[in-house]
Ligand binder design. Structure first.
Ligand code: BGC
Length: 757
């Protein structure tokens, strides 16, 4: 654990600058507006080690697969979110000296992310022999004009005289650090010095992936007045310079307004006009007015989704940081988008869509956003069904195999143990349809498009299982479960459970589907009989004596030892051990059997849950950021309060405290729902089943109280849990019955009830 920011309920602040933590600091101070995002790079540039990162939602490139030994079935390319042209640049010189925090003397460093308004502020005092200049930077990516980024830099001379030169840049000469062939993915198309624009296009590719064209435009203001400096351009690069002089006690403010349009929304030949219009719109208002518009939207978002925690500011900061970063990545306003594991904060994981969306994003977004947002996430997969059919065919199988990693439905990850084997995703993705249907009560999706997804995945599973004559059971061999710390295992309990569930829910819902959907999927009686046979005869590895489900057939043959026996200083094991050693070890990366128990919570007795939790949790290193939340929820259900709180902190503060020592690469966006899930499904014990909503809340000893709101079936419900008491209020919507422990309460709109907890 490494904490470099101070604890505060609404801010993420530091007063220190340590070059060794630069990348970590940049990840944590990344900001976005679910259209684009930037890491916390410095406007004035930095000559030390850092990771340049600007990302535009939905703009990606298929990077040719590079492997030493080609295996049939490998995807041809790895899709990655492109490092987009850098628009932050605002280089500064004081009396001829370039301001570069790796080189110059400075004091009073301050960096703060205001979570209430998604505003990043930084300041420091440049110290020269006879001059002191304080620079204060403010930056936000607008929520009201998505294409706009606004930067403000105030220069104040505290001592001496300063000639300040500034150079605003738009720079298309950027590369992805993770490019397979160190390639540049952008071609410069045009630069227009008068309009202050550059236009670039992604390189051509042989894979029928569309090329993206982007146009960036900037405008300057000095003390709020439009300013035109001297412009120079090079291929894919534009610089506009200006200067002024200040004496002691004087200050001036430079503002840089940036607009970015992409061919996702505006065709290349219309981009210049469109961006000029947007820039005019931005510049019709002052920085403060634009910020106020932006903040108003944050206020609304916080109003409906803030979670308050009294008595533990670290826990409070964690959950707010998570909600902020999630909403800066995805707020459901563009149906073509999804949520990549790193959002706009780094390159790792390619910025693509993973099973994380269905397993982790959906359960929270269902309750904090309108139902249409989750529906859009479901439709995203439906739209990608052709790619899923392609993937199954690549593996020589029937039906549809959703990809582990994708932008367009086609698998674009090329580790065989993931691509070919981590097929549990083909159950997790349909499971989100189940969650949506049960939480919202809206059956129209499963009755129509959802059925295409169910039948496509059911057909896949029916062709992926095999029948073991010896055991008289259906089995699934050669898989990787959610625990990626063992590969090519047989009968991963979670995968077998998901496969059988897909078949059985498809059979259950098929007769209720629309006539059109039934005709489309055209499931024969023979197929149905086969599916039923698989359901009835699926093999589930168990150990009767221990009373546990086995993660896979050979699990108990391992040298089973708890994580506490890993020698000091060797964790995370993925940064200390060879991959071979990890694969042979009994240590579990993330919830696997317990992920299944979490999904199908009402199928198991408390005793079953407890035995499995007590067996698997001590073996789990939680080296996937997705892990702690599921464990926190189950620990809470089992009354293991201390464990639940420990795991809550681990999930909610994962990046703020750099638990897994990998936040330098970017934030763990998809696991950021974990803190919310741990509170709502864990501490408050929220469950739903058809139209039945229930709670079994407790307040962790360390906390005084907590509160949250739910968007449930067109209602807004507020829940506040204090020690010994729970208050539930139906803020908006039709009357509702809610179960709290064993009591059922009826709430009318506007009514609040208080119960002993
Ligand atoms: C986890 C996967 C996850 C991926 C992206 C991996 O480390 O093991 O379950 O899908 O990260 O978040």
């Amino acid at each position: 654990m490494k904490r470099i920011f101070e604890i505060d309920p609404w801010h993420v602040t530091t007063h220190e600058f340590n070059p060794a933590n630069k990348r970590l600091q940049e990840s944590i101070t990344a900001i976005g507006n679910d259209y684009m995002g930037v890491r916390g790079n410095f406007e004035e540039g930095y000559s030390g080690d850092y990771l340049q990162g600007t990302y535009l939602a939905g703009v990606w490139f298929p990077d040719k697969t590079r492997v030493g030994w080609w295996k049939n079935g490998y995807p041809e390319y790895f899709g990655k979110s492109l490092n987009a042209p850098n628009f932050l640049g605002l280089k500064l010189k004081v009396n001829g000296v370039a301001i570069d925090l790796a080189k110059v003397e400075f004091s009073d460093f301050y960096l703060s992310l205001d979570m209430h308004q998604g505003l990043l502020t930084r300041s420091f005092i440049y110290q020269a022999d006879d001059t002191q200049v304080k620079f204060t930077f403010n930056r936000f990516l607008s929520n009201s004009i998505k294409e706009a980024a606004l930067i403000q830099v105030k220069a104040e001379v505290l001592a001496g005289k300063a000639k300040i030169e500034f150079t605003s840049t738009l720079d298309g000469n950027v590369v992805n650090e993770d490019s397979n062939y160190d390639e540049h993915f952008w071609d410069a198309l045009a630069e227009d010095a008068d309009a202050r624009t550059i236009q670039l296009r992604t390189k051509p590719n042989p894979y029928k992936v569309p090329q993206f064209t982007v146009l960036l435009q900037s405008g300057l203001r000095l003390d709020g007045q439009k300013y035109q400096g001297k412009v120079e351009t090079k291929s894919g690069f534009l610089a506009e310079t200006g200067e002024f002089e200040l004496s002691q006690g004087e200050s001036k403010t430079i503002e840089k307004d940036i607009v970015v349009v992409t061919s996702r929304d505006v065709p290349a030949d219309e981009q210049a006009a469109a961006s000029q219009k947007l820039l005019d719109q931005v510049q019709a208002k002052s920085f403060a007015e634009n910020l106020a518009d932006h903040t108003k939207i944050w206020e609304k978002r916080w109003e409906s989704s803030d979670v308050t925690i009294e008595g533990d500011d670290a826990a409070q900061q964690g959950i707010r940081f998570n909600i902020l970063q999630l909403f800066m990545t995805y707020y459901g306003e563009d149906k073509r988008l999804n949520v990549g594991p790193k959002g706009f904060t780094g390159e790792k994981y390619g910025g693509a869509t993973y099973w994380d969306t269905e397993a982790y994003i959906v359960p929270m977004y269902l309750a904090v956003a309108p139902a249409s947002v989750t529906r859009a996430l479901l439709e995203y997969r439906h739209d990608q069904l052709p790619g899923a059919y392609h993937n199954a065919k690549q593996q020589g199988l029937d039906g549809a195999l959703f990809p582990m990693v994708t932008f367009n439905g086609i698998e674009c990850h090329n580790e065989w143990e993931i691509t070919f084997e981590e097929i549990h995703r083909n159950g997790d993705i349909p499971f989100a349809i189940y969650q949506y249907t049960h939480y919202t009560g809206d059956t129209s999706y499963i009755e129509d498009e959802g059925m295409d997804v169910m039948v496509g995945t059911a057909r896949f599973w029916a062709s992926r299982v095999h029948y073991s004559k010896h055991a008289g059971k259906y089995m699934i061999h050669g898989v990787t479960g959610p625990n990626e710390y063992e590969n090519n295992v047989n009968n991963n309990w979670f995968t077998n459970t998901m496969a059988a569930w897909v078949l059985s829910w498809t059979l259950e819902r098929l007769p209720l589907a629309t006539k059109e959907a039934q005709a489309r999927v055209n499931v024969s009686d023979e197929e149905k009989a086969k599916w039923q046979d698989i359901i009835d005869n699926m093999y589930y590895p168990e150990d009767q004596e221990l009373g546990i489900f086995l993660q896979q057939d050979g699990f108990l043959d391992k040298d089973v030892r708890p994580v506490s026996e890993i020698p000091e200083g060797q964790r995370p094991i993925n940064q200390h051990w060879s991959w071979d050693k990890i694969l042979r070890s009994p240590f579990i990366k993330q919830a696997d059997v317990l992920q299944g128990i979490y999904f199908f919570n009402d199928r198991f007795t408390m005793e079953q849950k407890e035995r499995n939790f007590d067996f698997y949790e001590p073996l789990t290193v939680h080296e996937s950021s997705l892990s702690p939340s599921i464990h926190a929820i189950l620990a809470a259900e089992l009354g293991k309060q201390e464990k639940a709180v420990e795991l809550y902190e681990r999930t909610a503060r994962l990046d703020l405290d750099n638990y897994n020592n990998d936040t330098v690469d970017g934030l763990h966006i998809t696991s950021m729902t974990g803190g919310w899930l741990a509170i709502v499904q864990g501490f408050a014990g929220m469950r739903y089943d058809h139209d039945h909503l229930s709670f079994k809340p407790f307040v962790p000893d360390k906390w005084n109280s907590y509160s949250f709101k739910l968007n449930y079936r067109d209602r807004i419900i507020a829940v506040e849990v204090v020690k010994g008491e729970v208050k539930i209020k139906l803020i908006k919507g039709q009357a509702l019955a809610v179960q709290v422990f064993d009591e059922t309460i009826h709430l009318e709109e506007g009514e609040e009830k208080c119960l002993k907890a």
